[in-house]
Design a protein around this ligand. Structure first.
Ligand SMILES: NC(=O)c1ccc[n+]([C@@H]2O[C@H](COP(=O)([O-])OP(=O)(O)OC[C@H]3O[C@@H](n4cnc5c(N)ncnc54)[C@H](OP(=O)(O)O)[C@@H]3O)[C@@H](O)[C@H]2O)c1
Length: 261
């Protein structure tokens, strides 16, 4: 077991990638603090995790409320008497042209996808410092590396998340806190149905060839274990990122063609 008796705090644990991460970490022996708004789903998850032989704490919380998020981190640290791994996973999509995207929607995804991870990090750091180490995992997206039309607001939140992940990695190195950025491509979760949409999205073209949440969770477990700095999954995502840097005009045409399907 890779993480026996370690304590993992996972946001967005009620579904998709976060749920799979909670289960995979528990299988590796970690105790889990599970955070999301849906209390019933968190309770069901906690029961499932306890059946795997670990302790689990359901912490229903809207993480866009800064004080509530801090209280959840404090509660987890006090319940388990330590905190080892923070997984910033909760996130949401926004499909809207930048020309008309309502400020309120942009603000909402910025709060969830960018500010909440930073607030969680600031809340967890005193515990990591006390223990002289810790791991931060930021679940970003391939759209934190490349840009797609009509997803500009979402891309901006994930580019910003990638940027602070890189900075934090340098700032926290001496404190033995490592930072793993995870950039998945399409994953079969409730992401599409939960996204705010101001234009139609083709669910069939989205799910074709998508990863499973378990694929991502297993890659994250391995990445934390080996203290990797970044995971792009599937690896073809690196190719997209390279095309964006080396041939930006071609990258624009590819992204436009994909988004117009
Ligand atoms: N699916 C993909 O194709 C894909 C690709 C790349 C990156 N990602 C990223 O992966 C992460 C997980 O997404 P997913 O695909 O697993 O989507 P998902 O199934 O929609 O899960 C999103 C999770 O976030 C939680 N959440 C949403 N708003 C919240 C809030 N205000 N406070 C607390 N929790 C909140 C949801 O729980 P409640 O509704 O119960 O609060 C849910 O557990 C996101 O950061 C997403 O951007 C996804």
């Amino acid at each position: 077991m890779k993480f026996k008796n370690k304590v993992v705090f996972v946001t967005g644990a009620s579904s998709g990638i976060g749920h799979a991460l909670a289960v995979e970490f528990a299988r590796e022996g970690a105790h889990v603090a599970a955070v999301a708004r849906d209390a019933a789903r968190l309770t069901a998850l906690s029961d499932q995790l306890r059946d795997l032989g670990v302790d689990a704490l359901a912490l229903p919380c809207d993480i866009t409320q800064r004080e509530a998020l801090k209280a959840a981190v404090d509660r987890a640290a006090s319940h388990f008497r330590r905190l080892d791994i923070l997984v910033n996973n909760a996130g949401r999509g926004l499909y809207a042209p930048l020309a008309t995207v309502p400020f309120e929607d942009f603000d909402e995804v910025m709060n969830l996808n960018f500010w909440a991870p930073l607030w969680a990090i600031q809340s967890a750091l005193p515990y990591f410092e006390r223990q002289q180490g810790g791991v931060i995992v930021n679940i970003s997206s391939i759209l934190g590396k490349v840009d797609f039309p009509w997803m500009g607001a979402y891309c901006a939140t994930k580019h910003a998340l990638n940027s602070i992940s890189n900075t934090l990695r340098m700032e926290l190195k001496e404190k033995h806190v490592s930072v793993l950025t995870v950039c998945p491509g399409r994953v079969q979760t409730e992401f599409q149905q939960n996204a705010t949409k101001y234009r139609p999205v083709q669910n069939s073209s989205w799910s074709a060839g998508a990863l499973s949440p378990e694929d991502v969770a297993r890659a994250v477990i391995q990445g934390v274990w080996t203290r990797k700095r970044e995971i792009v999954i599937p690896r073809a995502g690196w190719l997209l990122a390279a095309v964006q840097h080396l041939a930006p005009g071609l990258a624009d045409r590819l992204a436009f063609a994909f988004s117009s399907k």
